[in-house]
Design a protein around this ligand. Sequence first.
Ligand code: MG
Length: 285
Amino acid sequence: MQEEGGMEGETTNAPGPSLGRLRGFAFDLDGTIWAGSTLLPGAIELVAALRSSDIPVVFASNSSRHGAAVLAARLTGMGISAGERDVVAAFDLVADEIVRRLGRVRVLPLATADMDELLASAGHDVLPLEDWARAQAVVVGNDPAFDFGRLRAASRAVAAGAAFFAVNMDARFPVAQDAFDPGCGALVEAVATAAEARPIVIGKPYAPLFERTLERLGCRADEAAMVGDNMASDIVGGRAAGMFTVWIDGRGDRAVDGQSPRPDLIARNLPELHRFWQNQRQIPE
Ligand SMILES: [Mg+2]
């Protein structure tokens, strides 16, 4: 990549005017808006600038621990005012996806206690671990109590014919700027390997989460940005949905490997994206 002459140390991949004409912005949360309990620099300012220009903002998260209500409260607590309608979380979509495919069934969840509540409120019968043999569906989220016994129950249930749902396939769950927990996808792969079965996946890069996000933004896919740090989920999925994709390259090396799709724009961080957007807004149509 070339160095730009302007601001010190800044590089650019020359965003076109389309950036300045977008009518909705979807932001990933983990690694894009926050890292663990730390809000990332520039997030408050960029969201405020978009909102004050009447451009809708939705937070589109693969969250596999909590739903929109918890995430919206966390955003508000960090200084970005948000309600449940401002957040689309893979976590919330899984219970309805099971209803859509199977109706109301007996479900064995490997997830947080919030998942038990979500499944029950959608009309499913939530099974305790020892009843795994009665499961019609298994859901794997980010399960902080994951252990050998839970892996054994879930994989036996799936091998015996229970439908297999994964909230997302993220390998890692960022807990701080330079630290991670094993992600939902790591746990899903353990169950999948033992059960010799592949899951139905709800979160990015799969379609359900993007469809819901675009409904909330209220604009066409090609008028909306998907901004995220994860190439495999945010960028691959955003492109497949037909959105303008912005990769936040946290490492700052802008290295896109040969197998990854090219994002429409690479920004090192949110302040850089903010500057790109402001510059493109000033170009008349
Ligand atoms: Mg992320």
